[in-house]
Write a protein that binds this ligand. Structure first.
Ligand code: AP5
Length: 278
């Protein structure tokens, strides 16, 4: 029999650690599907804030997968209305292309209806791009108070405006799934084609330098005060969003109190459970 090498053992431990994480994700999903419903105190309820291009849409799907919650992105909801050419969509498109904000009433009612009817929200939610004004934050609090399901985290992705131009003007979107790419930082395998479906990628009409300037102005004037609102409530955390996406994800896990899995530790725990390690 060939001698056992250190790197073979390390590879095996890595594999076991990955399997253990996967098992935990599947157990979480079982919980969502009804086998082990989470109590309100266990479920994730959070908002993800940050200026345009900070990475909300990049990180939120990972949180959704990890905690089996719904991801409600108000910008995506509005763009769905634009695509359907509804009256709201036509009105919203004008406002979005000017870098302004759609009315608080419309946005609050959209979120209220999703939280009440979307089955995926039974285990909790991530709100991405909402609330964007203090008035929206107050109405969200009232709504959640009535359901006795207060927010747990308000996470702000912090990044300097100067880094956002390149991120936003290089962004590519797959409209059907919401998957995002970046021409330089995260290019699709094939030019302008979605990696999964092969369908054509587009650029958002508000993703140009001129509109971005207005969107940033709106963010600093109307959304920055929402940060102080949650700081006073004691649930705010800031994350450095100028790091590469993997490092931003690790920082987010830190906010949620998740420990980074130590491969040797995780591997050892499974090995010992199956009697291969004392
Ligand atoms: P919305 O769609 O919410 O746009 P936004 O807040 O401006 O945010 P973005 O989607 O532009 O950025 P993101 O943070 O998701 O960045 P992403 O992860 O894609 O809103 C659009 C409009 O709708 C608003 O202007 C407003 O008019 C209206 N609206 C929406 N909600 C509203 C509300 N509540 N009230 C009123 N009006 C509302 O990343 C950007 C790019 O960078 C990608 O290409 C990505 O690949 C890349 N990237 C991400 N992370 C990194 C990284 N760490 N390093 C390098 N590149 C990265």
């Amino acid at each position: 029999m060939a001698p056992i090498r250190d790197d073979t053992v390390t590879d095996l431990k890595d594999l076991v650690a990955k399997l253990e994480i996967r098992v935990r994700q599947l157990e979480d999903r079982l919980g969502r599907d009804g086998a082990k419903p989470r109590t309100p105190s266990q479920s994730m309820r959070m908002i993800l804030m940050g200026p345009p291009g900070a990475g909300k849409g990049t990180q939120a799907p990972k949180i959704k997968d990890k905690y089996c919650v719904c991801h409600l992105a108000t910008g995506d909801m509005l763009r769905a209305q634009v695509a359907k050419k509804t009256a709201l969509g036509r009105e919203a498109k004008k406002i979005m292309d000017q870098g302004g904000l759609v009315s608080d009433d419309i946005m609050v009612n959209m979120i209220k209806s999703e939280l009440a009817t979307n089955q995926e929200c039974a285990n909790g939610f991530i709100l991405d791009g909402f609330p964007r004004t203090v008035a929206q934050a107050e109405r969200l609090d009232q709504m959640l108070k009535e359901q006795q399901q207060p927010l747990k985290h308000a996470v702000e992705l912090q990044i300097d405006d100067s880094l956002l131009v390149a991120r936003v003007t290089g962004r590519l979107i797959h409209p059907a799934s919401g998957r995002t790419y970046h021409k330089i930082f995260n290019p699709p395998k094939e030019h302008m084609k979605d990696d999964v479906t092969g369908e054509h990628l587009i650029q958002r009409t508000d993703d140009n330098a001129e509109t971005l300037k207005k969107r940033l102005g709106t963010y600093h004037a109307q959304t920055a005060p929402v940060v102080s609102y949650y700081q006073k409530k004691g649930i705010w955390s800031g994350v450095d969003a100028s790091q590469e996406p993997g490092a931003v994800w690790k920082s987010l896990l830190g906010v949620f109190g998740e420990e980074k899995p130590a491969h040797t530790g995780m591997g050892s725990s499974i090995l010992s459970k199956i009697g291969l390690k004392s």
